[in-house]
Design a protein around this ligand. Structure first.
Ligand SMILES: [Zn+2]
Length: 255
């Protein structure tokens, strides 16, 4: 299954990153299948989709990696974990990569090592962005894969649009420059605006407890709350029966 429609605003170069760290499970599966099973011919086709020219057989062979789909799928969850942690921290630091470098030494070291030791090569494009990929038949670790995707993100001109949803915590890409919403989608912004039934019930109970604390000595607690607050007798009785509110201790003080 192809990634859902909502993903379509993500730039091509960041699609694989968001397939890994985003909340869309089908995009995640799609990514790993694209990345490792169909191997490089598919990947090149996908990355170069809509552009003129076909990568040569030599380019395709060079892009082929000796790591199997199964081996990578096993590591998929770990790459996601490493990457999501870095991206979240970097977003929290207002997309400032220098601050991220200072704050997360481990990630900084992994990036340095990756840039020093891993051989990357470029598949030049006839038109549009070129494709940067591993050419060595070397074992690529989960950290390396996380670094590769993270570098794609922090070097992208639209990197500041990567965001974390205030409600569900998922990582997403903001659709346009004026878009300054805090939520990943309609369902999250709606739920955030309208408090859930559970939250409303909790609020009401807290209100009742605030009133109970104000009951003057000697007064009948329940009657006093009914008279002074907007809480109804019916609701208070229900809470009393359910045991969420107790009037006894106050009532017993009554002479
Ligand atoms: Zn959300």
């Amino acid at each position: 299954m192809k990634p859902r429609k909502r993903q379509s605003k993500i730039p091509n170069e960041l699609k694989e990153l968001f397939a890994v760290i985003g909340s869309d499970a089908s995009a995640f599966d799609y990514y790993w299948r694209q990345r490792w099973t169909g191997a490089c011919a598919d990947r090149i086709k996908e990355a170069f989709r809509g552009r003129a020219g076909i990568p040569t057989a030599k380019e395709q062979a060079e892009a082929t990696c000796n790591i199997t789909a199964d081996a990578f799928k096993k590591h998929a969850g770990e790459v996601r974990k490493i990457l999501a942690e870095w991206v979240e921290e970097w977003i929290a630091l207002e997309h400032k990569s220098l601050n991220f470098r200072k704050a997360n030494k481990e990630a900084g070291d992994a990036i340095s090592e990756f840039l020093t030791k891993r051989r990357m090569d470029i598949v030049y494009a006839i038109k549009g962005p070129s494709l940067l990929m591993f050419i060595e038949r070397a074992k690529v670790t989960t950290t390396d894969e996380a670094v590769r995707l993270f570098l794609k993100l922090i070097t992208h001109p639209l990197c500041h649009r990567a965001a974390k949803c205030k409600r569900c915590g998922s990582l997403y890409f903001r659709g346009n420059e004026r878009d300054n919403r805090y939520y990943c989608g309609k369902s999250c912004s709606n739920s955030a605006k309208r408090p859930s039934a559970k939250k409303a019930a909790e609020d009401k109970l807290a209100e009742a407890k605030r009133w109970l604390a104000k009951v003057p000595d000697g007064a009948d607690a329940k009657e006093w709350v009914i008279q002074n607050s907007k809480l109804t007798r019916h609701w208070l009785t229900r809470q009393e029966n359910a045991g969420t509110i107790q009037f006894n201790s106050t009532s017993q003080r009554r002479k």
